[in-house]
Design a protein around this ligand. Structure first.
Ligand code: ADP
Ligand code: MG
Length: 242
C-alpha cells in the first residue's frame, strides 16, 4: 500500500514552547488512524501541520507524495487533497445546506453549477441528508450540521480526511449519527486521521491508534492497545478520559 501521509521527525514550536518534539508516523492509503491523548498533547497541531495551516521548525511532512513544507508546494492542490473537519462546523447561516456544499466546488474547483449540484446531492445522500438540501443550517440539529460539514469536505474529493474532535461540541445523543457517517467512510476506504475522545469509535473503526503525550508519540498499535495499554500514561489517560 502506498503512503498517504508521512511525518518524519516533525518539530513544531510556538516561540519557546515545543509542541511537537520529533513526531514520526506513516499513514497508508486507506488506513484509519485514531489520534488520542490528553488536552495539550499536540494532536490538533499535528493535524494542522499536515495541511500546512502551521509551519514546522524541523523534520518533513509528505502528503500524497507532495513535500508539504517545500516553498514551491501547491497549497491549493494540497488542501484539495486534504479535507479537514473541525469541532465547529462553521456552515454559512445565510446559505442553504446545498449552497454550503457547492460553494467551494464553484469557487475553488470552478466547476459548473449543474455539476456542483449533482456532486452535492451525491455527498449529502452519503451522509443521509439529501432531504435537507434546501434547508438552512439553523433548521438542522448540531449532528446534522456536522454531517453537512463532512459532506462539504467530501464534495472536494479529498484523498485524506482529517477530523479534529468533530463530536466534542455535540450533545452526546447526537454524536452517534456523526460517528456512523465516519465509520461508513472508513469502511469505504477513505484515508482518515481522527482526533477523538470516542474510544468506542477508535475500537470499531481505527486500524491503528496513536497516543500522544507531551508532544511525542508515547504508544501506538492496533485498537487492542486500548484494552491493554503498556505505558502508565496511556493507562491513566484511558481511565480518566472515558
Ligand atoms: P491538543 O489538540 O492535543 O489539545 P494542541 O495541539 O491544540 O493540543 O496544543 C498543544 C500545545 O500547543 C498546547 O500547550 C497549546 O497551548 C499550544 N498551542 C496551540 N496552538 C498555539 C498557538 N497558536 N500559539 C501558542 N501555543 C499554542
Ligand atoms: Mg485539539
Amino acid at each position: 500500500m502506498s503512503v498517504a501521509v508521512k511525518l518524519d521527525n516533525v518539530v513544531k514550536r510556538y516561540g519557546a514552547l515545543e509542541v511537537l518534539k520529533g513526531v514520526s508516523f506513516d499513514i497508508k492509503a486507506g488506513e484509519v488512524v485514531a489520534l488520542i491523548g490528553a488536552s495539550g498533547s499536540g494532536k490538533s497541531t499535528a493535524l494542522r501541520c499536515i495541511n500546512r495551516l502551521e509551519q514546522i521548525q524541523g523534520g518533513t511532512i509528505e502528503v500524497c507524495g507532495r513535500a508539504v513544507n517545500d516553498d514551491k508546494v501547491d497549497l491549493r492542490a494540497l488542501r484539495q487533497d486534504v479535507g479537514m473537519v473541525f469541532q465547529q462546523y462553521n456552515l454559512f447561516p445565510h446559505m442553504t445546506v446545498g449552497e454550503n456544499v457547492i460553494l467551494a466546488l464553484r469557487r475553488v474547483k470552478k466547476i459548473s453549477r449543474a455539476d456542483a449540484v449533482q456532486i452535492s446531492r451525491k455527498v449529502l445522500d452519503q451522509v443521509g441528508l439529501l432531504e435537507k438540501i434546501d434547508n438552512y443550517p439553523e433548521q438542522l440539529s448540531g449532528g446534522q450540521q456536522q454531517r453537512v460539514a463532512i459532506a462539504r469536505s467530501l464534495a472536494m474529493q479529498p484523498k485524506v480526511m482529517l477530523f479534529d474532535e468533530v463530536t466534542s461540541a455535540l450533545d452526546p445523543r447526537l454524536t452517534g449519527e456523526v460517528l456512523r457517517v465516519m465509520e461508513d467512510l472508513a469502511k469505504g476506504g477513505m484515508t482518515m486521521v481522527v482526533v477523538t475522545h470516542e474510544m468506542g469509535f477508535a475500537r470499531r473503526a481505527a486500524d491503528r491508534v496513536i497516543f500522544m503525550h507531551h508532544g511525542n508519540i508515547h504508544e501506538e498499535g492496533d485498537a487492542a492497545i486500548l484494552n491493554a495499554p503498556t505505558t502508565p500514561e496511556l493507562r491513566e489517560f484511558l481511565e480518566h478520559d472515558l
